[in-house]
Design a binder for this molecule. Structure first.
Ligand code: TEU
Ligand code: CA
Length: 561
């Protein structure tokens, strides 16, 4: 396999709104990021993925863009961006932008124009349809099909001015772009080229799997959570054509990293999106493991419980299914998901540090490019929300309301679901120290700061050799000097075990065993004979065990030449 720099890289995701405020308005910003670049360089990551920083009315916190070539005023100026980019590059850090082109904000100039009339030159930048024949426009049932928005309700909004509906798979203020229109593709490709010519090092592509809509926009299979349409839109008829055109006209001209966010994409499609010939993207985020603990009837905003055999089966499927055919990404969480240590580990004071290190060992020693979400490296946890009023996230608020209305959940379940599942668990401000507002802001933070910031913060961990952050540094450094970790084949051991996640990596004669205990109990795990006298690469307990058991949340890696 031809080696590429992004295959041995580690990516760190910043949610700018919550990372570091520099001017006391309680909102993270670009100068704040610039002031923390040395912290990231010291961690050893190679690439920083910035969630959107473009002009936006923030209906979906920046994923609703009103100008792709302007910086959101709350985050700073284009000069601030240029200074950050230059300093990042001087520290050997690459900057990846979040490309959100399945939809724009309804405040984008294009949509403002499109809304004016049916024959406006920008009308066909978006997806407009007449009301269902015989139905009263604007009333339930008159929508062009049964598609639901990911944020609750119908995926269609009626526009009185022109008597038509427009499609929005996300919020009403995020109208979907019409990628079948070559003018839209030209606009997007020109914008991408503009950012790449400024020196950015790649793109994370927001729901890129949804940009090609099916002919005739047929009804989808309505599921309990109401979001029909995903099944129809995921990897639509011209998706690969559009990505290959994007690659030909833009991506192939630069030495960059690209990752597509692809909810609902099956293996055979993923092999095409992330093929090793490089005709589309470098890699994708698959989502299957993100549903491994969910109740299918209620979806994201219902009850959830870790199912380790299922989680292992899914990760094994993606490790072996892409091996030698396409490149994998590895992640436990991001700005849309609950915090990893709360969801897959144990966020009690007793077990938080050891289980966070176990999760990091399990993920970072698999095959693929690992992603670290801001705060994951210090074991930040879900937040003990007191009420729905504290929640900012449009998806949480709308889906909880919808599930309550449909009787899928009860009122007395809401707080527990928010504390386990809300996207805001990932969006509480970064915990830098035990001082005022966790060192995030001198003002009033835009979102509640997790009260455990006095115990979980960067200052407590930088310089402490047994900290989670020090462990992440070790893991990240390992990847830099090991083709076995980057390219080795993956083989799952003990698939049925409900407590142990163990696997072997192989590259020519070198083999590595990784063993992880996902429970707070001591469990039996006989180290395979061939690894008995192997060299311990890393472990989250001071000394190695006896090779017959795994202590609570124990993780280690052993290598044999
Ligand atoms: O998320 C896409 C997506 O599928 C979301 O539904 C996400 O996976 C979901 O929140 C999980 O429950 C992307 C962005 O990451 C997200 O922040 C945006 O809200 C969304 O697209 C629309 O741009
Ligand atoms: Ca600020």
């Amino acid at each position: 396999m031809e080696k590429k720099w992004w295959q041995s890289s580690v990516v760190y995701q910043i949610y700018p709104r919550s990372f570091q405020d520099s001017n006391g308005d309680g909102i993270g910003d670009i100068p704040g990021i610039t002031s923390r670049l040395e912290y990231l360089a010291d961690l050893g990551v190679d690439v920083i993925w910035l969630s959107p920083i473009y002009a936006s009315p923030n209906d979906d916190n920046g994923y609703d863009i009103s100008d792709y070539q302007a910086i959101m005023p709350e985050f700073g100026t284009m000069d601030d961006f240029d200074r950050m980019l230059e300093k990042a590059h001087s520290l050997g850090l690459k900057i990846v932008m979040d490309l959100v082109v399945n939809h724009t904000s309804d405040e984008h100039r294009w949509f403002r124009e499109a809304q004016k009339s049916k024959n406006n030159p920008y009308r066909d930048y978006y997806i407009w349809r007449d009301p269902k024949p015989g139905m009263t426009p604007g009333t339930p049932g008159a929508e062009p099909n049964n598609w639901g928005s990911c944020f609750g309700g119908s995926a269609w909004k009626y526009d009185e001015t022109t008597g038509q509906y427009f499609l929005h798979l996300f919020s009403k203020k995020q109208p979907d772009l019409n990628w079948d229109n070559p003018k839209v593709r030209d606009e997007v490709f020109n914008m991408m080229t503009w950012w790449l010519d400024k020196g950015v090092d790649g793109f994370r592509m927001d729901v890129i799997s949804l940009i090609s809509k099916p002919e005739g926009l047929p009804d989808g299979v309505a599921n309990n959570t109401g979001f029909a349409g995903f099944d129809q839109c995921s990897t639509g008829p011209r998706l690969h054509e559009y990505l290959q055109e994007m690659n030909r006209r833009v991506l192939s001209k630069y030495d960059i990293i690209t990752v597509g966010e692809c909810p609902g994409v099956p293996m055979e499609e993923a092999r095409q999106y992330a093929n090793l010939e490089g005709t589309e993207l470098n890699m994708i985020f698959q989502f299957e493991h993100m549903a491994s603990d969910l109740d299918p009837a209620a979806g994201r905003y219902g009850e959830s419980k870790l199912n380790l055999p299922l989680l292992k089966a899914i990760l094994n499927k993606w490790e072996t299914g892409l091996q030698g055919k396409a490149w994998n990404s590895l992640y436990w969480d991001n700005h849309d998901q609950p915090r990893a240590v709360s969801r897959f580990g144990n966020d009690s004071d007793e077990w938080r540090e050891i289980s966070a290190k176990m999760l990091a060992t399990c993920l970072h020693l698999m095959q693929g490019t690992p992603y670290v979400f801001e705060g994951e490296e210090i074991g930040m946890t879900n937040c003990p929300w007191n009420s729905l009023d504290e929640i900012n996230d449009i998806e949480s608020r709308n889906n909880i309301a919808q599930n309550l209305k449909k009787g899928i959940i009860r009122e007395d379940q809401v707080l527990g679901i928010l504390r386990r599942q809300s996207r805001d668990n990932a969006r509480t401000p970064m915990q830098w120290d035990a001082g005022e507002n966790a060192g995030f802001t001198t003002g009033t933070p835009w979102l509640r700061i997790n009260p455990n910031y006095t115990r979980v913060n960067v200052a407590d961990q930088v310089g402490r050799e047994d900290s989670i952050r020090a462990y992440y540094k070790q893991l990240i450094a390992l990847r830099k000097h090991s083709d076995l970790i980057v390219y080795g084949d993956f083989e799952l051991l003990e698939p049925e075990s409900e407590s142990v996640f163990a696997y072997v990596r192989t590259l020519s004669s070198e083999r590595m065993l990784v063993a992880c205990n996902f429970t707070d109990q001591m469990v039996s795990f006989e180290i395979p004979e061939e690894f008995r006298d192997g060299k311990r690469l890393i472990g989250n307990y001071e000394a190695s065990g006896d090779g017959k058991v795994l202590r609570p949340y124990e993780a280690y890696a052993v290598i044999v030449p």
